[in-house]
Design a protein around this ligand. Structure first.
Ligand code: AKG
Length: 372
């Protein structure tokens, strides 16, 4: 297996075995001579958009202040001590998406997004912890990170952001462009900008079981089928008229216990749930919209690629794309798996696709889920 500069000369398997979820790692020059992919002006333009999530964070005395974007204007860059967080930049910028995909030794179902934080000198978001793993790649300027394996994760109450009450730094590092810090979940950390600074956070998705359970039950509502209605032809005079009888309880239990969930139900739920775009994400239909015949002709010649915002997953014979699922036959599956894994289908694969696949590709093209 290939040794990766990105992981300090380790193979991905070695990193997963020794660090992932286990301990922090500082990688000097993970990306040698790295330069920020977006200028601060390009970032400030992004935060004006309502399809990009952003937050502005400032600390005044011991109070934290946080505003949610979009922002027409941000504070002057000559003003110290403010941070702008721009979430999901990979969804709107190809070069950022390509950078995030370098972390594809972690499966797509776990990769969340790439957030860019811009800070002026002394800016930061306070000492905190995340519930998921994170790679913090320094893109511009310098940031001093202080980190701690502390188990006291008590938060300051009444703050608009999660701030640790008793942060006790154990290690400190200054990161320069191209350096990267990996932190496992729940690891306390605090980053402070030493000059004008941009940090890229590659974050991972770790839904809570509660969240999954609630969403699963909601998704199952329509599949529940319990015919009939409660009846008691053998009703006896009750001893206590307000008491729920054993007979009633066992009859209802027997019916409700008929609700069973199969592995397939869970597969379908998980695929749809994990491929569902976030609420603020919208897809734009292509302009001009090519006719079906023209689309097929071009797709067969040049191939197709998933749009940046599309999440496509697969499991067994199921394919999931942007919150929808469908079952496909062996041959079609081979073609669609390539599209899901490579995010691109070249001319050769499109040419060999069945009419069903071509039709699906055309529908996704019209919906803005893929491009030519
Ligand atoms: C995180 O993503 O957990 C961070 O701490 C990033 C904060 C920053 O870049 O200002």
């Amino acid at each position: 297996m290939k040794k990766l500069t990105l992981l300090g000369g380790m193979t991905a398997a070695e990193f997963l075995r020794d660090y992932w979820h286990k301990k922090p790692l500082v990688i000097r020059q993970a990306i040698p001579d790295f330069q920020a992919l977006l200028s601060r002006e390009e970032l400030f333009d992004l935060v004006q958009r309502d399809d990009v999530e952003s937050r502005l964070i400032m600390q005044e005395k011991r109070q934290w202040k946080m505003d949610n974007g979009p922002f027409e204007q941000v504070p002057p860059v000559t003003q110290k001590n403010w941070t702008l967080l721009v979430q999901g930049v990979n969804l709107v910028d190809e070069s950022v998406d390509a950078l995030m995909r370098q972390f594809d030794f972690v499966p797509d179902a776990r990769l969340d997004d790439l957030m860019i934080s811009y800070a002026t000198e002394t800016g930061g978001v306070g000492a905190h912890f995340d519930s998921y793993d994170v790679f913090l790649l320094q893109a511009h300027g310098h940031r001093r990170w202080r980190i701690s394996a502390q188990t006291d994760l008590t938060l300051v109450e009444g703050m608009p952001l999660k701030i640790l009450k008793n942060f006790q730094s154990e290690q400190e590092f200054i990161l320069a462009p191209g350096d990267m810090l990996y932190l496992p979940p729940q690891y306390a950390h605090e980053g402070v900008a030493m000059d004008e600074c941009m940090t890229y956070s590659i974050g991972f998705r770790a839904p809570s079981y509660q969240e999954l359970g609630e969403a699963f039950l909601e998704s199952m509502i329509e599949t529940i089928d319990l015919p009939g209605r409660y009846a008691d032809p053998d009703l006896k005079l009750p001893k206590h008229k307000a008491e729920i009888s054993n007979t009633m309880l066992s009859r209802v239990s027997a019916e409700l216990n008929k609700v069973k969930f199969t592995q397939e139900d869970i597969t379908l739920f998980l695929g749809e749930y994990l491929s569902e775009p976030k609420a603020h994400i919208f897809f734009d239909a292509p302009e001009p919209l090519l006719s079906s015949a023209r689309f097929i002709q071009k797709a067969k010649k040049n191939g197709v690629r998933l749009s940046l915002k599309t999440q496509m997953l697969h499991r067994g014979n199921y394919v999931f794309i942007n919150g929808t699922s469908f079952e496909v036959g062996e041959e079609d599956l081979l073609v669609l798996q390539v599209l899901a894994n490579e995010r691109i289908l070249t001319d050769v694969s499109v040419a060999s696709a069945s009419p069903d696949v071509i039709e699906a590709l055309h529908t996704w093209y019209k919906d803005g889920w893929l491009t030519l």
